[in-house]
Each structure stands twice: as C-alpha cells, then as structure tokens.
Design a protein around this ligand. Structure first.
Ligand SMILES: [Ca+2]
Ligand SMILES: [Ca+2]
Length: 163
C-alpha cells in the first residue's frame, strides 16, 4: 500500500461545458494571477463548440483566493469582427506571466482549428490580464497571431507559458 492521500469524492468545484458535447476540459491550465487580485487563477476550455449564437468558443477563468468558485468567461462569437471561425477558441491555453509590464499576468488563448483562410492555419490570441478581463471576446484580444496560411499548420495546438 502506498500513498497517504485518499482521493476526495466531493470535488470543491465542478464545471460543466456550456453546450452538450463541447468537451470542456480539453484545455486546463494554471494561468497565474490574470485577474490582478494577487491570487493565482486557473482556466479551462472546450475542444470545439458549435453552439447556437451568440456564444461559440469560450474560456472559463476560475478565480483563486477568497472568491474561489467565481468564474469569468472569455467568449468567441461568429458574428463579431475577427471571429469568423471561432469554434476552436479555448482549445489551448497558457498563462504567460506579465508580458506588458503592468504587474498583472497575461493569457494566451489558442484556436488551432481556425480556418478562415481555407487552411487550418490556427490562431493565438493574447489577452492582457486585469479586472476587465471578464466578458471579453476574441475581437477584444490585445494581440493575435496566425499560423502559416500556406499549410494546415494548426498554430496554437500546443502552448506553454512561464513567469
Ligand atoms: Ca487572480
Ligand atoms: Ca500584464
């Protein structure tokens, strides 16, 4: 017999996907403090979403600290500018530390199946963290990057961050 920890049968928090069969949990990551309150946060995303409008792909951000259990949402919407192929938004995630120097951690959200230019080139969105992160959409990303349009590169299929 090894180990001294008995797995809990009562999870602290259970999240369910926004739509049936969206496979929430395809991406799960500790992302550092992206809300700016000093407590580390976590994030989860689905595999792919083809829900009824207005919400397509999404990311749930689970706030750490005293507000544990609070969930913020980043969304993608096929009818908004820059969101023409939103279904894989949130398929990959990474907290990347504070890349813009404002003292708050920042977040990458991948959509490796973005195909709006006919190939599955993929796209990665950068969101600067902070108190206004909740409710932002892919059109509100601070920066975004496409993979090569010449091939099905699936840019953003794998991402890693650091502090
Ligand atoms: Ca936080
Ligand atoms: Ca920052």
């Amino acid at each position: 017999m090894g180990g001294g920890v008995t797995p809990s049968t009562n999870p602290i928090l259970t999240l369910y996907g926004y739509w049936d069969n969206d496979m929430l949990g395809t991406a799960v990551a500790g992302v550092g403090d992206v809300t700016g309150d000093g407590w580390p946060d976590a994030a989860a995303g689905p595999y792919a979403v083809m829900g009824p409008p207005p919400l397509d792909g999404y990311v749930f951000i689970l706030l750490g600290g005293p507000t544990w259990g609070t969930v913020w949402t980043l969304t993608a919407n096929r009818f908004l500018p820059q969101c023409d192929y939103p279904w894989g938004f949130g398929q990959t995630l990474a907290g990347i530390g504070d890349v813009n120097g404002d003292g708050i951690g920042d977040l990458l959200v991948g959509n490796p199946i973005d195909s709006q230019f006919t190939t599955t080139h993929g796209r990665v969105y950068l969101f600067f963290g902070g108190s206004t992160l909740d409710g932002r959409g892919c059109k509100d990303a601070d920066l975004s990057f496409w993979g090569s349009l010449a091939s099905s590169s699936r840019f953003g299929q794998s991402m890693a961050g650091g502090e």
